[in-house]
Design a protein around this ligand. Structure first.
Ligand code: SAM
Ligand code: DTB
Ligand code: SF4
Length: 317
């Protein structure tokens, strides 16, 4: 989709925009289902990269302890807990620039993935950059989707990260797609970018072939010690407009209301579901930050007559 078209959609009168996104949503998805994704940081901190938003960069000033790769048994224990509380997708993140075939840590991650996939839950990983070889091995081990966010517009990216480029991110996504694995790709808002930057990000995503299987919309969680530490939260109507526009631009993608949800009211979250979000992170933790409270989430879903997708159940019509 061209930027001008995304702008036209985004800039409609608010209720017209939401009505359009609701119609698109109801044409493609069962109305009452939400995907619950559980997130686990399997390798935390000490990352070589300088992403300005991230608590896990060794170059940022935070005091996050650096942890080794988690033992397989512990990861499986967490994955079983996620299944038990009703998650249908288990996402594992690692604070690495990337992984390469032949590395011991890559073999260890493949072992972990085989174990999690055997539990019958969708498996997503985010390990940094890859070539087609790693992508193929991940797919064969049981990964259903690879998360690699472009995070913002091409222009704004270099203001946030300098240790790798926007082009590097696209190359990894291409490698993943070349091996037939689906891509989870979105971004962060509230980093000081303009609303136009957000639409430019959607424009890039809409040129993926095939389009992303899921699009996470993260609101910046300001991390102590980072250069984005003091930034204010995103305006709720900007977030809702972006969710609605994402739904219209990606009718068949899961639109995930991701980081920063704990700062939203119940009403704002309800509106985000109405506008087209159909996936959330569920559980006490994101990677290094707290997530929304699980009991409150269950109550909210019940209140809204929404139910959790079962593992591998199709939410699409
Ligand atoms: N190292 C890998 C990478 O960069 O792709 C995987 C882990 S990285 C932490 C995964 C994603 O989390 C980032 O691309 C970003 O979109 C999101 N993220 C990280 N820190 C965040 C923060 N403080 N607030 C919101 N989203 C964040
Ligand atoms: C994504 O788009 N958001 C998740 C997941 N993919 C890996 C990560 C959110 C991280 C929030 C900040 C933290 O917990 O460190
Ligand atoms: Fe490292 Fe990923 Fe954080 Fe960037 S976003 S510093 S690559 S863990």
């Amino acid at each position: 989709m061209k930027l001008a078209e995304l702008q036209r959609i985004y800039e409609q009168p608010f209720f017209q925009l939401v009505q359009q996104s609701r119609e698109v949503y109801l044409r493609h998805w069962k109305a009452d289902q939400v995907q619950l994704c559980s997130l686990l940081s399997i390798k935390t901190g000490g990352c070589s990269e300088d992403c300005g938003y991230c608590s896990q960069s060794a170059r940022n000033g935070g005091k996050l302890p650096v942890m080794p790769l988690m033992e397989k048994d512990l990861v499986l224990c967490k994955a079983k807990e996620a299944v038990a509380v009703g998650a249908s997708r288990f996402c594992m993140g690692a604070a690495w620039r990337g992984v390469r075939d032949g590395e011991k840590r890559f073999e260890q991650v493949l072992e972990i993935i085989r174990g999690v996939a055997a539990l019958g839950i969708e498996v997503c990983v985010t390990l940094g950059d890859l070539t087609p070889t790693e992508a193929r091995k991940l797919r064969e081990a049981g990964v259903t989707s690879y998360n690699h966010n472009i995070d913002t517009s091409p222009e704004f990216y270099s203001k946030i990260t300098t240790s790798h480029t926007f082009e590097d991110r696209l190359n990894t996504i291409q490698a993943v797609q070349a091996e037939g694995m689906s891509v989870c790709c979105g971004g962060i808002i509230g980093m000081g970018e303009t609303e136009l930057d957000r639409l430019k990000m959607l424009e890039v995503l809409s040129n993926f072939n095939p389009p992303p299987e899921s699009v996470p919309i993260n609101c910046l969680i300001p991390q102590p010690g980072t250069k984005l530490e003091g930034l204010p939260p995103v305006d709720i109507f900007e977030l809702l407009r972006l969710i609605a526009t994402t739904r219209i631009a990606f009718p068949k993608a899961k639109v995930r209301l991701s980081a920063g949800r704990s700062l939203l009211t119940r009403e704002a979250q309800a509106f985000a579901f109405y506008a087209g979000a159909n996936s959330i992170f569920y559980g006490e933790r994101l990677l290094t930050s707290d997530n929304a409270d699980s009991h409150a989430d269950s109550e909210l879903l019940e209140e809204l007559n929404l139910r959790a997708q079962k593992p591998h159940e199709s939410m699409a019509l």
